[in-house]
Design a protein around this ligand. Sequence first.
Ligand SMILES: Cc1cc2nc3c(=O)[nH]c(=O)nc-3n(C[C@H](O)[C@H](O)[C@H](O)COP(=O)(O)OP(=O)(O)OC[C@H]3O[C@@H](n4cnc5c(N)ncnc54)[C@H](O)[C@@H]3O)c2cc1C
Length: 399
Amino acid sequence: MSKDKILIIGGGVTGLTCAIELEKKGYSPVIVDANNEVGGRLYSELIDGFVLDKGFQVLLTAYPAVKEYLDVSALDLNYFSPGAAIFKQASVNVFGDPVRNTSFLLPLLRFPHASLADKFKVWRLSNQLKRESLEQIFEKPATSTLAYLRKKGFSEQVIECFFRPFYAGIFLEKELNTSSRMFEFVFKMFAEGYATVPAAGIQQIALQLKGALSRTTFKLGQPVQSVEDNHVVLDDGTRLDFDKLIMATNHGDDLQEKDSSAWQACWNLYFETDELHLDPRLIGLNANGSGLINNFSFMLSDSGSIGISVTVVQDYLGESTELASLIEEELWTVYGINAKRLIKAYHIPYALPKHEDCTYLPSIEDMQQSSNVIVCGDSLANSSLNAAMLSGALAAKLV
Ligand SMILES: Cc1cc2nc3c(=O)[nH]c(=O)nc-3n(C[C@H](O)[C@H](O)[C@H](O)COP(=O)(O)OP(=O)(O)OC[C@H]3O[C@@H](n4cnc5c(N)ncnc54)[C@H](O)[C@@H]3O)c2cc1C
């Protein structure tokens, strides 16, 4: 019996994971993507010997989907230390997990922006969340992350100096309106594993998934213009027939318009600099409560030149050169970092779907758009690579 024709629109991690599961079921799907290479929001490029990711993002090794779909050793991961460097006025203090990195013990005891009670509560929360299952976490009633932290009794000082900049860098919003379920999920993943980035860039994750496919056909650089009952029409007028269509585009079923109010935006700027002010394995956080910079980290090029990646958690609407000048000035006046040259500035208006409410997996009702159209992606569950991959896998199971 011949198998159904399955067409997947979207070659990000969602579409790729879906194809992996479809191949296991004996299908030979077709992936069509507007971009010339797979990865979607995972995009990396090499400029002047620096590996630049379009948006600072990390792969958390504790994600269940990592264990299921990725060969971590082949990704050649760079591991971040389990801690962060808090920059407040003229001081820099490391707030980290001394259980996994004993050199963090003394800095933790001396850390001035958290009370002894705060430090104990972080330790207690970590133990509590390690014991809870992901199902338990996502079944709890949700509040905003900020309300959650206050309810847990954390001091305003540790919220402002650590939780706000750290989680603003992850949720891409400074108000911490994101669901407390997402906070607990991310906290648990950080506590149980490591934040990492493949040495050759975050896009390697997608390229590895693509490499695991043997019967999937790729039609890249081909935007889909419209979806009809049993076929799609590409920009150049080509018609592709399907029996089942998987929409892994993160637009829902509207291919033309994305609702910007449903997305978090950010900027990511890379500069060449002349000095390593921070161990490249540590993330620097701006705890001053002012300024454009939210977080930054240092990096080395293949020839040993020093670079810095800066994340701006807001949708700055001016020109990139204008923003770059403001960041250069802030780096110098606030942090004493000399940004010699802008390497590249990325504006990412559709970085993360907003999740004031979220689930671990998308609901079947949301996914099953019609008898032959299935929608998937992180926007249906929670903003993470884990949700993206698991939603793709679930879509394949619905075929
Ligand atoms: C700045 C930033 C920081 C992030 N930080 C983290 C992090 O630290 N940890 C984490 O786990 N996750 C993070 N994420 C989220 C993670 O990158 C996403 O969850 C994941 O990449 C989503 O994959 P996807 O396949 O669902 O969607 P996408 O990657 O958006 O893929 C959708 C694909 O559909 C294609 N497409 C859309 N419309 C059409 C059309 N009409 N025709 C053809 N093709 C089309 C697009 O070209 C794209 O390739 C971050 C994302 C960004 C941008």
